[in-house]
Write a new protein. Sequence first.
Length: 274
Amino acid sequence: MRLTALTAEMVQKAVSIYQDLAYGSARPRRDVQPAGPPERVLELFHQERVESVPGHACCRYSLRLGNRNYPFMKLLLQEHLIAGEFFFAVDTHDQMEIGPEFPDYEQWMAVRRFNTELKRRIEEGFELAGLDTAAVVRRHIVASCEEFGGPCRGLVLVVDDEEDLAAAVEVLIQRQGFRTCAVFDGKSGLAAVRELQPDLVLLDYEMPELDGLEVIEALRADPATRDVPILLNSAARLSLADIRKADGFLAKPFPESLLREMLDRVLQQRRQRQ
């Protein structure tokens, strides 16, 4: 969806679906009354611009609506992969680093599981209501993809719990001449690296079971997998020390051009080490 096509009715529908599932009959809800042309509707949102590499910018618009257990969850209008195309999504915004040694660790993990399931249900609600979601982005990319004809450049393993976006990213990577495989949680990603020995892993940070940093730690500790190049990606703010655990980092959202550039850069680094 182009932002020029955005209407107050779309945003009101998205907010209603979000709040019905996030709060049910509980109160309070945030009173959101979008009205007017797209530029007026967007004034409700906080605009964020991600440009981790100069010349490769993506935008997103966020509206903090929370839920009955956690006040920081957000409704998003997200640009990702396709320049100028936006879709509705949910940001759980629960990426605080809390280890098992913390006294409230189990309660925090319960909140994160609740948020993950709620995000899934809200985004399913968006799609059922005819709002653009990541599934629409995936369909656009698949429809526009021409079959690559040429030598295979290697195997890229995509590890991401957002299945529609993982599928879209697979198609974009296939355009660059790679074979791909996708799995959707950290434990499956760890097993797939050990079994498939991919040429590169595109690894999401925020995942159930094992997060991206835990996957990296396990891979680096195993002599059979410690040299597999890892391109970490996340919408969370990670420390420089954590980013350096991978061979490269992509801040979500990112456009196709930056994905292509970073794949080439990480693989070039690998060739130079060999």
